[in-house]
Design a protein around this ligand. Structure first.
Ligand code: AVJ
Length: 312
């Protein structure tokens, strides 16, 4: 429950299941079990994004560090386990401060303490906040060098255009006039690669998706039969996105918090969009929010890209 007394999870589920195309926002996939399952996904053979982004970061961290310069203040949005930023910190000259922003304050504190212990000269200021709503403004430390945002993992692809715009504008305000911003972006490619990445042979992604129903049963008094739904990953080429759905295998009625919802056989709940945003498209979006895309680093196959935005 939040201060208003309405559980935002319950609100999203009841509203989403009442739509013609049933849908539930993807952020609810990440309870403790969901977060563990996502970590397992990143190790799968079929799931190329994490591995490919790490390769790009390892190969080009020197060039990224040169572009950022010495004495920098790094702000990581949606920080998570802080594995990727270490690659950047290791390459930077005298990084002064690191500000990890993450919604989960417990997770954040542990990861921030570990990082602090490993990088003695670095000031670490964790901020427990939604990365979409930071307003760090004048609270950011001044290290003498540039401020650099860091947003790896291609989470940009989960956001709607209007949310990308407002996030990039907020980051531009947070980071100020001389800032830069390093962003990871999964790239459009053949559905022969994309679909298996979101529907793996071991069924880990299926578990991850179905875990949402388990969570609804546990937290919201739902009675979803987990055998009554199947995981589906679809490539939607006109919107350049992978969609995850949960498909009802039969006609059935499910109730959540005492409210009934009818499912036809084959009807789906849309649970995630993972957009693959081409670089020219992203450059135009960034420009509209006050950023110039000035550098890009990719792997040999062009599966994934890490880009540098500069305030301008
Ligand atoms: C964490 C949002 C980047 O979209 O690839 C992985 C989530 N969903 N498999 C992605 C996810 C299914 C992932 N992101």
């Amino acid at each position: 429950m939040d201060g208003s007394g309405i559980d935002p999870f319950l609100q999203d589920v009841l509203t989403g299941l009442a739509r013609d195309q049933k849908s539930i926002p993807s952020r609810w996939l990440y309870d403790a079990r969901g977060s563990r399952l996502f970590d397992d996904i990143t190790e799968l053979d079929e799931y190329y994004p994490t591995r490919t982004e790490l390769t790009i970061l390892n190969e080009h961290a020197g060039a990224m560090a040169d572009a950022i310069g010495p004495d920098a203040v790094i702000v990581e949005y949606g920080a998570g386990s802080l594995v990727k930023v270490r690659i950047l910190l290791d390459a930077l000259e005298r990084p002064k401060a690191f500000v990890p922003v993450d919604i989960s304050s417990e997770h954040l504190k542990g990861a921030a303490d570990e990082l602090k212990a490993a990088y003695g000269d670095l000031d670490v200021y964790p901020v427990a906040a939604d990365f979409m709503d930071t307003n760090l403004g004048s609270n950011l430390p001044d290290g003498g060098g540039r401020r650099a945002g860091f947003f790896p993992g291609s989470t940009m692809g989960n956001l709607l255009d209007k949310d990308i715009d407002s996030f990039l504008r907020t980051a531009r305000e947070d980071l100020g006039d001389d800032a830069c911003f390093i962003v990871g972006l999964d790239q459009p490619k053949s559905p022969d690669i994309l679909v298996p990445a979101y529907d793996d042979a071991k069924g880990v992604t299926a578990d991850f998706n179905l875990n949402l129903l388990r969570r609804i049963n546990r937290e919201l008094g739902g009675n979803f039969d987990l055998d009554g739904f199947e995981h589906e990953a679809r490539w939607n080429s006109s919107d350049s996105r992978i969609e995850m759905h949960l498909r009802s295998v039969r006609k059935q009625t499910v109730s959540v918090s005492g409210r009934p919802f009818e499912f036809q056989e084959g009807e789906t709940i849309h649970t995630e969009n993972s957009r693959k945003i081409a670089l020219d498209r992203f450059a135009a979006m960034a420009e509209g929010a006050g950023w110039q895309l000035t550098r890009k680093w990719t792997d040999e196959k062009g599966l994934f890209a890490v880009v540098l935005l500069e305030a301008g």
